[in-house]
Design a protein around this ligand. Structure first.
Ligand SMILES: C[S@@+](CC[C@H](N)C(=O)[O-])C[C@H]1O[C@@H](n2cnc3c(N)ncnc32)[C@H](O)[C@@H]1O
Length: 241
């Protein structure tokens, strides 16, 4: 007998505040057969912890596929972890079980889901439930419009070169610099060089208990920040333009 294969569903759980989980995400998580998510070396998962209320509200305990992801810039290790994770997920899908992959923020915006999607999409039906991104949550936390009228807006990240970051700072009215942790002191220097220090604000762990907002970035240590951190750069005279 042919078993109908399960669906691989990327579910965005938002940036941190559990109340920013969508109703659709809640419903799918609560009724999931199999949940998957990335973990760090201690087995902690940011995405799972954001969704914990929905997981706890489930009537039956879902099976879990934690995928350990080494937090190193070494791409080959990450690729191996995604290969292994995709194999384990595929086994459940072959048995006809849907697999819900929990993804911090939105699954298709710098989301780990995308790397599993490219490994599974040729063989299985895949779906996505969008989530609120850290960019939207940052703007909301600051009560700061990102773009108005004809202003341009760009998302870049701390792994871009100095030249790329300086060009973007010169070209765009507003920007978000993601993955700022390792690059924090370099970004502060580049903001200074570009004359954009006064436009910049820094946020870490948005929506979590340890959230930090630094409105004057000259107060930041010239040191690494945590992985969950970003800069918002937007003109102060926004509203008058
Ligand atoms: C792999 S990307 C994931 C982005 C996520 N899918 C989203 O939609 O926002 C990780 C980067 O997103 C940013 N980020 C995600 N969640 C954050 C949070 N709660 N607070 C601050 N930055 C966050 C950080 O810049 C971090 O390095």
């Amino acid at each position: 007998m042919n078993v109908v294969k399960g669906r691989f569903i990327g579910v965005g759980v938002g940036p941190g505040d559990p109340e920013l989980l969508t109703v659709k995400a809640w419903r799918l998580i609560q009724s999931a057969d199999v949940l998957s998510f990335l973990t760090n070396e201690r087995g902690d998962s940011q995405a799972r912890s954001i969704a914990i209320d929905a997981i706890d509200a489930a009537t039956s305990l879902p099976k879990e596929i934690p995928i350990y992801m080494p937090m190193l810039n070494e791409r080959s290790l990450a690729n191996k972890a995604y290969d292994k994770g995709a194999e384990r997920i595929a086994k459940k899908l072959e048995k006809g079980l849907d697999v819900i992959f929990l993804c911090e923020g939105d699954p298709l915006f710098y989301g780990s889901f995308s790397y599993l999607l490219e490994r599974l999409e040729d063989s299985f039906e895949c779906q996505v439930v969008p989530g609120i991104t850290s960019v939207n949550a940052a703007a909301a936390t600051l009560v700061q419009p990102l773009t108005m009228l004809k202003e341009s807006f760009a998302v870049i990240n701390g792994r871009h070169s100095d030249e790329q970051i300086l060009a973007a700072l010169a070209q765009h009215d507003s920007l978000v610099i993601m993955k700022a942790g390792q690059a924090r002191s370099r970004i502060l220097t580049l903001l200074e060089q570009a004359g954009r220090t006064a436009d910049a604000q820094y946020l870490e762990y948005i929506g979590r208990d340890n959230q930090q907002v630094v409105a004057d970035v000259t107060e930041l240590d010239l040191d690494h920040g945590p992985y969950f951190s970003l800069f918002v750069i937007a003109p102060h005279d926004h509203r008058q333009r």
